[in-house]
Design a protein around this ligand. Structure first.
Ligand SMILES: *[C@@H]1O[C@H](CO)[C@@H](O)[C@H](O)[C@H]1NC(C)=O
Ligand SMILES: *[C@@H]1O[C@H](CO)[C@@H](O)[C@H](O)[C@H]1NC(C)=O
Ligand SMILES: *[C@@H]1O[C@H](CO)[C@@H](O)[C@H](O)[C@H]1NC(C)=O
Ligand SMILES: *[C@@H]1O[C@H](CO)[C@@H](O)[C@H](O)[C@H]1NC(C)=O
Ligand SMILES: *[C@@H]1O[C@H](CO)[C@@H](O)[C@H](O)[C@H]1NC(C)=O
Ligand SMILES: *[C@@H]1O[C@H](CO)[C@@H](O)[C@H](O)[C@H]1NC(C)=O
Length: 315
């Protein structure tokens, strides 16, 4: 009997010892496990925050994301970038349409967000342009119209007006620029136009495959103040009969704050929603040339650098 009892006592002791060992073993882990986990998450959070702020400071965001501008707003210390609205009229009649659209899309993809690309074309059965736009990853609006035109220039102006009416109707606040498919850009161009408050203008170089000459048109500036203009037909400007009428400014050589389309107090314009016969494009061009004090020359070092080329390749 006595030996049996001793065995039971031993058994109890061993089980007790085992339990204590196991509990001690695990409890020994518990306190070290916690801090090491939080240390880990702390360490990973910090560089992430650093990296996103670095992204927000200048690197182009991945295409198609609106999140960067939101992140910037949240961070508070960074001013959100202004929206750039690029308007591009295009026509199926131009057989180079697909290639040139891709070329422009590949430039716009590299521009920091937010950027909206408004592409206007005649309505058709083909979904080529809409499919292409979807693939670019750029934030875009694809507008179509039904009217038939024989005059290409009139058609393009009509398309630009459609875009302007869309911008006005939806109150899209941003800096509007008309980018033709023949345009080739220095990427810093887009940083400069973001800084425009009302109107901006810049010199533009015209190159063509057939002509050897390069023609530069645009403003003559003192710092960012516009003092005069270079136009193709400069000799005509000295002609007395021409001095009162300013020559037509090229549609791609200016940009403007879209709010001028609907701010009657400041710009004295009745909304075109009330008067659809109004030619928004004509209005904007007139304002650019008349509001000299509001016009900013780009780049601000005497408009001395060409950041935009018009490259004509015959079809
Ligand atoms: C930012 O992220 C990259 C990987 O995407 C990493 O190599 C780099 O060290 C990070 N930078 C900082 C400051 O943590
Ligand atoms: C434009 O022309 C096409 C044929 O080329 C015709 O089917 C269409 O009805 C015309 N549209 C308008 C608005 O006149
Ligand atoms: C555009 O003009 C409006 C006033 O008409 C102004 O409130 C707004 O800040 C301007 N936008 C930019 C980007 O300067
Ligand atoms: C350019 O602007 C500066 C400062 O505004 C002025 O002193 C200078 O006379 C201007 N130059 C010309 C050629 O107008
Ligand atoms: C400019 O001059 C050229 C000829 O030198 C002419 O063909 C063209 O129509 C003129 N442009 C304007 C806007 O007067
Ligand atoms: C001046 O303008 C007229 C049209 O008003 C045009 O016929 C002429 O070619 C222009 N002169 C030059 C030198 O471009």
């Amino acid at each position: 009997m006595g030996s049996k009892k001793r065995v039971q006592l031993w058994k109890k002791a061993i089980i007790h010892f085992m339990l204590c060992f196991v509990m001690g073993f695990f409890s020994g882990f518990a306190p070290t496990a916690k801090p090491s986990m939080s240390d880990f998450s702390h360490q990973t959070k910090l560089p992430q925050r650093l990296n996103t702020s670095l992204l927000g400071a200048g690197n182009p965001a991945p295409a198609g994301t609106k999140t960067t501008s939101k992140d910037e707003e949240k961070q508070g210390d960074l001013i959100p970038r202004r929206l750039v609205i690029i308007v591009t009229p295009t026509s199926k009649k131009d057989r180079r349409q697909g290639v040139l659209l891709w070329r422009l899309a590949n430039t716009l993809r590299l521009v920091p967000q937010p950027l909206l690309w408004v592409v206007v074309e005649q309505q058709s059965e083909s979904h080529q342009v809409s499919e292409m736009l979807r693939k670019t990853g750029i934030m875009y609006r694809h507008l179509v119209f039904k009217d038939n035109f024989t005059d290409t220039k009139a058609e393009m102006d009509h398309q630009r007006n459609i875009a302007l009416n869309h911008i006005e109707h939806h109150r899209l606040c941003g800096i509007v620029h008309f980018a033709g498919l023949s345009n080739v850009y220095d990427l810093s161009f887009f940083d400069h136009i973001r800084a425009i408050e009302a109107f901006g203008t810049w010199p533009m170089a015209f190159l063509s495959a057939n002509r050897k000459k390069v023609i530069i048109e645009g403003p003559v500036c003192n710092s960012s103040e516009v003092m005069g203009w270079h136009f193709k037909n400069l000799s005509n400007l000295t002609d007395k009969s021409m001095t009162t009428t300013k020559p037509a400014i090229h549609v791609s050589s200016f940009a403007f704050n879209s709010s001028i389309l609907w701010d009657p107090e400041r710009w004295g314009r009745i909304s075109s929603a009330q008067d659809t016969s109004q030619d928004s494009l004509k209005f904007v061009k007139k304002e650019v040339l008349e509001e000299e004090t509001q016009l900013k020359g780009i780049p601000s070092e005497d408009c001395s650098k060409v950041l935009l080329w018009n490259l004509q390749i015959s079809a």
